[in-house]
Design a protein around this ligand. Structure first.
Ligand code: FAD
Ligand code: NAP
Length: 339
């Protein structure tokens, strides 16, 4: 099948901030052949290419003078099952949360803590998506990507992806690899991760004593729905800043002035600070300037009340960064991909 090629397409429905910029060229691709064909056409025309999935980790600061390639491939399958370990594979365009729910419905455990993250399977390795103490690297079995420099397919194992905290080889080399499908090693036996944030407490409140993977997923969904804005109602890209990992000395200095600082000791002796706490302390929670703002319940989330431009949101983010640098001596790194 040949993918439809369109010109001057509004990207408003294709990014969860709901920013109204245009793609000069746009194509939705459903399989490997359509991907190759669209890339070949772009090359013939001398166009740069921006690959997108669900648009939930993007900040679009202006019209995109390129081909925007929207991954819409579908398919999920069990590759092997020895009664304990199961390897599943999904195409890049599969929406993430329905894929997680599909694995749970099969009785496969491992992705439950990553429930209700927006976006697609293909983008999940980009920043090694993580939540509630689990990252995809913990259940990662491999992926297949197209090398856009050579046109060859390549399989990546865990080590080769160089996953880090909201980071990977793919994030560090933007545009080089187009991820086509991803594999996960799941299990028939649950290894529950309940020690993060309010997960255990929520299960207790719900009267669940021996939680199943589905019960953990349900608890996490209920926590997330209470705390995080639904992009369908209020434009956002989730956490706008990564939690900074800093030296223990810096944290002690901050603790002297702010005894309540939220900090988590890391295995290497460094300390992860809750960026949301820093932003809240600095008085930004609920701040609004025109249609760009900071969410009233979660300071880590920047929101678009309707007509904010990407540039306005970017400007707000830079003002927050400067303020946090001045108050705490901490550098906040933006998480969404800027275009
Ligand atoms: P997009 O935003 O479309 O793209 C993100 C980046 O990946 C871009 O650079 C794009 O070029 C690239 N890309 C996309 N698809 C491919 C592909 N197939 N091959 C190569 N490159 C590709 N993230 C977390 O880690 N944890 C969370 O708990 C979390 N919660 C969120 C909650 C909300 C309400 C929102 C809005 C976002 C949240 N996010 C979270 C961020 C986001 O959902 C994830 O990073 C998600 O994986 C992005 O997927 P996407 O398909 O929307 O990617
Ligand atoms: P939260 O529970 O209020 O916790 C605040 C921060 O403290 C989190 O960001 C988390 O860091 C950290 N934290 C909490 N418990 C921890 C523990 N036991 N050990 C180490 N660190 C701990 O966070 P939240 O905003 O409601 O988000 C809940 C989870 O979903 C978090 O894991 C968060 O990363 C994830 N999430 C991510 C996005 C995104 O766009 N990236 C959006 C929404 C939620 P970590 O972030 O490092 O986990």
């Amino acid at each position: 099948m040949t993918a439809l090629w369109q010109e001057q397409v509004s990207l408003k429905p294709f990014n969860t901030f709901g920013i109204d910029v245009k793609a000069r060229h746009f194509s939705q691709v459903h399989d490997d052949d359509e991907v190759r064909e669209a890339l070949a056409q772009a090359q013939q025309r001398g166009l740069p290419v921006l690959v997108i999935g669900g648009g939930s980790n993007l900040l679009l600061t202006g019209d995109i003078d390129a081909l925007v390639l929207h991954m819409a491939s579908r398919g999920r399958r069990v590759l092997s099952d020895d009664g304990e370990r199961v390897v599943v594979e999904a195409e890049a365009g599969e929406p993430w949360h329905p894929f997680v729910q599909w694995t749970l419905a099969q009785g496969f455990c491992g992705l439950e803590n990553l429930s209700l993250i927006p976006g697609t399977v293909g983008a999940a390795p980009m920043q090694n998506v993580g939540a509630y103490g689990v990252e995809i690297k913990h259940v990662f079995a491999g992926l297949t990507a197209l090398d856009r420099q050579t046109g060859e397919l390549r399989d990546f194992g865990l080590e080769e992806c160089a996953f880090g905290y909201r980071d990977s080889l793919f994030k560090r080399n933007p545009g080089r690899w187009l991820i086509l499908r991803v594999r996960f090693a799941l299990s028939h036996t649950l290894q529950a991760h309940l020690d993060y944030g309010p997960v255990r407490q929520r299960l207790v409140e719900q009267g669940v004593e021996q939680p199943s993977a589905q019960a953990i997923s349900d608890a996490i969904c209920s926590i997330r729905r209470e705390k995080l804005p639904d992009p369908a109602e209020l434009g956002n890209a989730g956490s706008f800043f990564k939690n900074p990992v800093v030296s223990a000395e810096l944290v002690e200095g901050i603790r002297g002035r702010f005894p309540g600082v939220v900090a988590y000791l890391q295995a290497d002796g460094q300390v992860k600070l809750a960026a949301g706490w820093l932003i809240e302390q600095a008085g930004w929670k609920g701040y609004r300037d025109g249609d760009a703002g900071v969410h009233r319940l979660q300071s880590l989330v920047l929101v678009n009340y309707g007509q904010a431009s990407g540039a306005q949101l970017h400007d707000l983010a830079r003002r927050i960064q400067a303020d946090i640098r001045e108050r705490f001596g901490v550098e906040l790194e933006m998480e969404p991909n800027l275009y």
